[in-house]
Design a protein around this ligand. Structure first.
Ligand SMILES: [Zn+2]
Length: 429
C-alpha cells in the first residue's frame, strides 16, 4: 500500500458548476504556490449538482485537465465524487479519484445488536478515563455511553464500508482517496463521538484520509458561519487531537485529516482553523463550491451592459421560483424573505449596487446575505438558460475569471493557509 494514492496536507475543494472556471480556480492555487504554500485543488461536484445543472461526472475531470494543461500545473489535483452514496456512485467511478462517502442519512439507524456488542467488547480502551494529548480535560466515558454512540453511528460506518468496497472492487484499493462524511445532519458530533466513529472506520477497513463531521453551528450556503466561534474552535482543536490519537491507536492512514464542508465562505472560522493548523501541524481539507458560481454572477454584473441585464434576469427568475430552488437546500439556508429586494428594485440597480449586494464583503453596507443565499441556490435558473448563459460567461471570461481567482485566493486560501505552514515549522508529510 506504500504507493497508495495519498492526499496532500492542504487541499481545497472547489466547485465549478458550469465547467468554465477551472483555470481561474487553479490560478488561485498557483498564486498560493508562489507564496510557498502548496494547496492541492480538488474539483468537487455532487450528484445533486450534476442533476440540477444537467451535467455528467466526466465533464469535471475534462475541465480540470484542460486547466492543468493550460497553466502548466505540475502538482497534484483531484476530482471528488462529492456526497455519493451506493445508489449514485457508479457514474463517478471512471473519472474521480476522491470519494466523499456520504452516510449522514444512516446516522441513528440501529446496527445489529451483536455488532454493537462486539464493537464495545473489542474497544474496552474507549471506556473510562481517556487522556488524549492536546485535550486538556480527559474524556470520562462509560460502557453504556460507548454503546449508545456505537448504536448511533455503527450502521453509518458500515454503510460507508459498503460504498468503499464497491468503489474498491472497480478501481482497486489504493487507487482512490476515501472521505467519510457525516456533515449533512442536524446534530453535531462531539469529539468523543468522533473517536468512536474513527475506531469503527478502522474496524470496517476503510482507509479514510479525510473525515467530515458535522461541526457545531450553522453552515449556510454561501454566507458566513452562524454560531459560537469559541465553541467551534474548542471542538475543532479537540477533533484534531482525536484524529492524531486515533491514527496512533488504530489502523488508519497517517495523513487522516479533517474535512470542513464549508458550504462556502465561513470566514469567521478561518482564523481559528489557521491557528489550529499552525499550532499542531495538522493538515486540512476545506470544501467550497457555490462561491464560484456567485463570482460568475458578480463578474457579469460588474461588466455592465448585457452581463448586468442577465444577472438581473437571473435574480428575477430566482425570486419567482424561490420555493422550488430552496427546497433541496432547506436545511442549509436561512433566507429572510423580507430582506429580498423586489424584481423591479433590482431592475433599476447599477453594477455597483448589484455587486455590492452580492459580493461577500461584510464591511459593505450594501451586502445582502439573503440575496446571496437565494442566488447561491439559484444556479438552476442559469442552467435552464443553457447556451445563453454560457455564451455570456465566454464573452466576459476575463472579468468573471478575475473575480473567481480573487475570491478563492484573497478570501479563502490566504486566511486559511498562508502563514499556517511557516508557524508550524517544518511539519507535514
Ligand atoms: Zn458536505
Amino acid at each position: 500500500m506504500s504507493d497508495a494514492l495519498r492526499l496532500e496536507k492542504y487541499s481545497f475543494g472547489v466547485g465549478d458548476r458550469f465547467a468554465h472556471q477551472a483555470k481561474a480556480q487553479l490560478r488561485a492555487c498557483v498564486q498560493a504556490a508562489g507564496r510557498g504554500v502548496e494547496v492541492t485543488p480538488v474539483w468537487n461536484k455532487s450528484f445533486r449538482e450534476h442533476s440540477i445543472v444537467g451535467s455528467e461526472p466526466p465533464s469535471v475531470l475534462a475541465a480540470a485537465e484542460a486547466a492543468v494543461k493550460e497553466l502548466g500545473w505540475d502538482k497534484p489535483f483531484r476530482v471528488d465524487a462529492d456526497h455519493i452514496r451506493l445508489d449514485t456512485v457508479d457514474g463517478f467511478v471512471e473519472t474521480s479519484d476522491f470519494y466523499t462517502l456520504d452516510v449522514a442519512d444512516s446516522i441513528g439507524e440501529p446496527a445489529a445488536e451483536e455488532d454493537v456488542r462486539a464493537f464495545v467488547e473489542r474497544h474496552t480502551e474507549l471506556v473510562g478515563r481517556l487522556e488524549i494529548p492536546g485535550i486538556a480535560e480527559p474524556f470520562e466515558t462509560t460502557r453504556e455511553e460507548i454503546e449508545r454512540i456505537a448504536r448511533k453511528f455503527l450502521k453509518a460506518v458500515q454503510d460507508a464500508g459498503r460504498i468503499y468496497r464497491h468503489v474498491a472492487s472497480i478501481k482497486g484499493r489504493g487507487n482512490f482517496i476515501a472521505e467519510v462524511s457525516m456533515d449533512e445532519t442536524d446534530t453535531p458530533q462531539t469529539p468523543p463521538e468522533l473517536l468512536v466513529i474513527l475506531a469503527a472506520i478502522a474496524d470496517e477497513g476503510i482507509p479514510a484520509q479525510t473525515v467530515a463531521p458535522k461541526f457545531t453551528g450553522r453552515f449556510n450556503k454561501g454566507v458566513d458561519y452562524v454560531g459560537d466561534v469559541t465553541q467551534f474552535e474548542k471542538e475543532f482543536n479537540e477533533d484534531i487531537a482525536v484524529i492524531a490519537h486515533a491514527v496512533s491507536k488504530y489502523d488508519l492512514p497517517s495523513n487522516l485529516k479533517l474535512s470542513v464542508h464549508s458550504g462556502s465562505d465561513k470566514f469567521s472560522i478561518y482564523e481559528p482553523i489557521r491557528r489550529a493548523l499552525a499550532r499542531t501541524g495538522a493538515g486540512i481539507h476545506v470544501k467550497t463550491a457555490g462561491t464560484t458560481w456567485l463570482e460568475e454572477i458578480i463578474g457579469l454584473a460588474e461588466s455592465g451592459g448585457e452581463g448586468l441585464e442577465l444577472a438581473k434576469e437571473i435574480y428575477g427568475k430566482a425570486l419567482d421560483d424561490i420555493d422550488a430552488l430552496c427546497a433541496p437546500y432547506a436545511t442549509v439556508i436561512d433566507i429572510d424573505r423580507a430582506k429580498l429586494p423586489s424584481k423591479e428594485e433590482v431592475q433599476g440597480w447599477t453594477s455597483l449596487e448589484y455587486v455590492g449586494a452580492l459580493r461577500h464583503d461584510r464591511k459593505n453596507p450594501l451586502y445582502n446575505p439573503s440575496l446571496r443565499q437565494l442566488l447561491h441556490v439559484g444556479y438552476k435558473v442559469a442552467a435552464k438558460m443553457g447556451g445563453r448563459y454560457l455564451d455570456m460567461l465566454k464573452s466576459n471570461a476575463e472579468i468573471v475569471g478575475r473575480n473567481v481567482t480573487e475570491n478563492l485566493y484573497d478570501r479563502h486560501i490566504v486566511p486559511l493557509f498562508v502563514g499556517a505552514e511557516t508557524a508550524a515549522g517544518a511539519g507535514g508529510d
